[in-house]
Structure formats: structure tokens, C-alpha cells
Design a protein around this ligand. Sequence first.
Ligand code: RAT
Ligand code: ZN
Length: 417
Amino acid sequence: MTQCSIEEKRAAVATQVRKAVASVEVYDIHTHLYDPAFGGLLLCGIDDLLVYHYLVAEGFRQFDMDYDTFWQMSKEEQANVIWNALFIEHSPISESCRGVLTTLNSLGLDVKKRDLPALRQWFSQWEKRKYTSHVMDLAKVGSICMTNSPFDPEERPVWDAGFERDPRFTAALRIDPLLLDWANSSVDLKKWGYDVTAELSEKTICGIRRFLSDWTKRLDAQYLMVSLPPTFGYPGSNECARIMETAVLPHCREHGLPFAMMPGVRRGVNPLLKMAGDGVAKSCLESFANLISAHSDNKFLITALSRENQYELCVMARKFRNLHIFGCWWFTNTPYLINELTSMRTELLGLSFTAQHSDARVLDQIIYKWAHSRQVIGGVLEEKFTDLVDTGWEPTEEEIKRDVGDLFGGAFRKFCS
Ligand code: RAT
Ligand code: ZN
């Protein structure tokens, strides 16, 4: 019998890891995509790809145009100026630019022609539901979790009217206004028939809990979610901490749902950029540790925006089994940082986290976001598994598939169940 050399064993395991990562069906646990029943709210196609707010921010670094002129343009005109500034007048090497090209190339389009009207023509032939399936198949994404806000005036009427759910789209109840702007959201809740006032009395807390219950049921929400500014502190007597403690966390316990927190966003750093104007700042993770430690019977999901918070967050997850780390969020969703975060997480947490979510706002983006992430995460895992071979351990193909499945949605499902 011929003996395999260690190099041959390493090569075989490397191939199995790459294959498992390339073929695993993903559960994309945080996106801004919608069930096709939401019609125009589900963005797709070349113009939406180009006016993505990540590209708007990059476009303004090249434009010789004031903010108002851009905002007064139609979507197609905005797409034209972004295309010219970022793809024609400069090479499209940023992650968001490259992403558009990866997407087009995967769809079978010839990017080197640089022919925007022809691209528009190609996209215009698709029917949305068919296109959704085509894109999900190409990206190998099996399920997509939406971000659903009862406070969104465009989304709300669709839930009010009711529709037949596409089983591939799950829902997450997003509650930023409830926690971060109670002065205004209390007015909304009252308008919608909940017995609340601006003062956080016992009656008001009951009203908030009824509101959360109604929307959890209506959405069949998989978890509740909030993004938090770096100023978030806990314990504290501020409204955010009080509503969390008295309404949100008891609600999550009652319904067995995780509460997802996304620390580190500084909204409106440059309001002239509108949605593209949000920034990042380091958060005090001690507050999050206090909150998690004080609520050991709640489940928490966290993805942090600041690079400086990532190591502390990993160590925190080692201390609290009711905390599940997920994804490389927003500005950290770049190959350089995905590589760093995934290496650190696997070294400190093994396989008990979710490696990525897409945060896609435009359907077609799941193609590139997952292709790029699979590439980088695959590289990290290849290194980790071949390191195991060096110890004499021989991971089987089934074990590799199992573990990769966990990182791309399996661990999340287990954590939620
Ligand atoms: O990544 C993004 O598109 C951001 O604008 C935010 O939406 C962020 O992901 C969030 O969920 O707040
Ligand atoms: Zn998001």
C-alpha cells in the first residue's frame, strides 16, 4: 500500500476545503433585500448597483459637482455619473467597484466593453421573480433574511395589506427608532393604537411589548435587531437602556428570539451624503458585556463596525455562550478585513460564529459579496485545516463540509433554535 506524504495530505485537504466553501449553500442572515412580493422595494439591476450608497460615497471623492446637483438627478443620471467617475475615468479597483464587475461577469456580461446602455438593455428583459431565483442560484444563497422596520413608511403598507411569503425570505424585526428616538417613535406607536406616552411608565412598557408581539407575529421574525452609536452605555438610566431592559429583552425571552446588536455606527457624519454619510467609531464593549452578563437567559447576536472592537468582541464571546458573533459588517466587508476577522475568530472561537452576511441592498450584490467572501474565508480555512494535517489529525470530507456549513449559516440556525 502506498503511503501519502504530508504534502499530498495537505493538498487533498486544501482541495476539499475550497470545494466545500465554494459549494456550501448560504443562509444570508442580514440583508436589506425584500421578498419579491414587495415589488419596487426589492432593488436590482445595473442602475441600482451603481447608485449603491457605498459607490455614491466613492463617487463624490471624484465628482466635480455639488451635492444638490447630484441629488436632483434621476437614478439613471446618477448611475451615469458614477459609472463615468469610477469606471471610465479611473480603474474600478475599490471593493465596491470590483463587486459590480464580479456580478456582471458572473451573469455572463462582457464588462470590458464598458457599454452601459447595453447592460441596461440586458437587465430590462428579466421578470423579477425569475431573476431572483437566477441570482440566488448563481450566488448559492438558499435563504435571505430581510431587515424589516414597522417604522418604514414604504414597507409598512405591504405588511398591512398582506401577501404570500416566499419561503426563501425570512424576516428580522428592526427597531432602531424605538430604542434610539423614543420621543418620536412614541408618537408613532400611539398613532397606531398602542396605549403609550413619552414617559416610560408601566402602562407604556406594556404598550411597547404589545407592539413588539404584534410585529414579531406579523413578520414571523427570526430575531430583533438594532444598530447602536458608540455612545451606547449600559447600565444606564437613558431611554434606550430602559426600553431594552423592560420591553425588548423580556419580549425576546418570551418568544425565544435572539437580540442582534450592531455597535459602532455614527449616523450622519456628513448629512449632505444622505445614506452614504454614516461613519464609524469605536464602542465601549464593556457596556455590551454588562448587558449580556446581566441577561444570561437572553440570546445576543453582535457584529461590530469598528476594527478596534473586534479582538475584544472575540474574547467576550469566549466568556458568554449566549453571545454569537456574526459577519463582517459594512466597512469591514472588504477582503483585507474579512481575512483578518475570520482568522482571529477561528483562532479564538473555533467554529462557533457566523463568518459572514452580505448586507446587500441590491439583489444582484449577493453574487459578488458571497463570491468575494467565499474566496477569502476559503483561504483562511484552507490554512487552518492544513495546519491540522501537520499535527497528524486527518479531517474527513464530511467533517469539513459540516464545519463549513456551520460558518455559513448552520451555527446561526443552531444558536437560534
Ligand atoms: O451596510 C449598509 O448598507 C448600511 O447602510 C447599514 O444599512 C447597515 O448595514 C445597517 O443595517 O444599519
Ligand atoms: Zn445592514
